[in-house]
Design a protein. Sequence first.
Length: 260
Amino acid sequence: MTAAVVQAWDLRKRYRARDPLAVDGVSFSLGPGQALGLLGPNGAGKSTIVKMITGLIRPDSGQVQLFGSGPGDVRARSLLGFVPEDPDFPRFLRAGEVLDYFGRLLGLSPAERQRRIPEALEWAHLAGETRQVRLFSKGMKQRLGLAQAIIGSPRLLILDEPTADLDPVGRHDVRELIAGFKSQGTTILLNSHLLSEVERVCDRVAIMMDGRVLREGPIQDVVPAGHTLEDVFMELVRSGSAQREAGLPSFLRSPPEGAN
């Protein structure tokens, strides 16, 4: 039996004592070559789960393992590529210098960095870009974030809203990247609000709300024939939230006083 790449057991996290649980009893497992789309409205707990898996924060209870070890294990970290939702870098470095810095952190040799950095910049459409990061647009920072995530040839790639600031070409590149990594056995965890993107590239989904998983499994099991992922998502989210009247706010439903 193939060992799981990511295992999460009964994760719980509360940021402040008076706050509700941001994550409330979430468990899942991912094997090599699987791609899980983590879905949910704002505040569902998706980014908190990503931060616990990457070791940026600790769960209040529950456990995470990457490649059979804790998130803080040096070997596990070396096999992980991560693109945060809003990537940021030292402002006065240039793109190639950023990738060289991360390559050093990963222990890549000078020869390997010299080979990989130009290829990563070319893929990210940043080849020949000489400006400092402080002058980059949001989309350019997103592309650089993707380039740094793949520089170490990760076996687990975690993408937190990777296409939020990308143009259609960038979104296509990310889809191709995910497909290529999956074909090589790399595991993908994708946190995204773009349901159509998730439906195209992921083989499993977990739909969350208020810190809990409402439904999780292979897409073909979660999405019935004749429906879309958006149909299922909206049905689950609406049934899990307080009902409210659809349509415009009341002050917009009638013409202003004095209008003809």
